[in-house]
Write a protein that binds this ligand. Structure first.
Ligand code: HEC
Length: 258
């Protein structure tokens, strides 16, 4: 009993202390906490907004993909964001891949097919670093899982442009971004108004593109999110019904015994 009280006490103390720690995080050298955004896929009934995902892919494909890979994505997976087989075929064919051997034993280039892995900008880490002043543009497949969700990506992309605080030394080849772990980031601000053209007529402001690509990366990290939520919901309903039945049968059994 005492032990349980002790655990309870520690739990309550941790709950009280947590917001205090979070509030001071930005003052003690930790990156700034991203502001919480509303996403269509939040909550138990949340669903991806297919139009948003398609705009986000467009941004990734036109801008981010020149530096970042999405290792586990194949073109055919884009069916999940609502693109048609024809659209996917056309997107894949924009890039060439090396195939082979042909009848003479040589490798050859051909346009990518939907079954090919999504375009990778660099052959290896050394090449990626050489092209980015020594910094490594990480694979972004799981970035919304590793960091604090799409809120982080959105905050980072829109977090450029503030004055470097005096306490920080300017470091060559980097820009100030309070949301990045080291406060200065070697990624130049990637999005400017009209960097891409949206097929659905949405105005391609930097803010809108940041939002859309963040949502797309949330999908890339967990394309099965909707199915997981659906299964979770069915399981909870099942458990509630089961609990009700168990309770009713327990009452009936004990009623006979009294
Ligand atoms: C010119 C190359 C380049 C482009 C284009 C680019 N990035 Fe980056 N990105 C980098 C580099 C380099 C880093 C690593 C920065 C560092 O370590 O200081 C980085 C880091 C990041 C990070 C931080 C990862 C972490 O560990 O927290 C995110 C998120 C990110 N990029 C997203 C994007 C998105 C989304 C786009 C497209 C809108 C994009 N990047 C476009 C080069 C690029």
């Amino acid at each position: 009993m005492l032990g349980r009280l002790g655990i309870g006490f520690v739990g309550v103390a941790a709950l009280v202390a947590l917001p205090l720690v979070a509030a001071t995080a930005s003052e003690d050298g930790k990156p700034r906490k991203p502001t919480e955004q509303e996403w269509s896929f939040d909550g138990i009934f949340g669903k991806f907004d297919r139009a948003e995902l398609q705009r986000g892919f467009n941004v990734f494909n036109r801008v981010c993909a020149s530096c970042h890979s999405l290792e586990f994505l194949a073109y055919r997976h884009l069916i999940g964001i609502g693109l048609s087989a024809e659209e996917i075929k056309a997107i894949a064919a924009e890039n060439d891949v090396v195939d082979g051997p042909d009848e003479f034993g040589d490798s050859f280039e051909r346009p990518a097919r939907p079954s090919d892995p999504y375009f990778q900008p660099f052959d290896n880490e050394q090449q990626a670093r050489a092209a980015n002043g020594g910094a490594f543009p990480p694979d972004l497949t799981l970035i919304t899982k590793i960091r604090s969700g799409p809120d982080y990506v959105y905050a980072l992309l829109t977090g450029y442009g503030e004055e470097l605080p005096e306490s920080l030394e300017p470091s060559p080849g980097t820009e100030y971004n309070p949301y990045f772990k080291s406060w200065t980031i070697a990624m130049p601000e990637p999005l400017f108004d009209d960097a891409v053209e949206y097929a659905d007529g949405t105005a391609a402001t930097a803010e809108q593109m940041s939002r859309d690509v963040s949502a797309f990366l949330a999908w890339a990290a967990e394309p099965e999110l909707e199915r997981r939520k659906q299964t979770g919901f069915v399981v909870v309903i099942f458990l509630i019904i089961l609990a009700g039945l168990l309770y009713a049968s327990k009452r009936k059994m004990w009623a006979d015994l009294h």
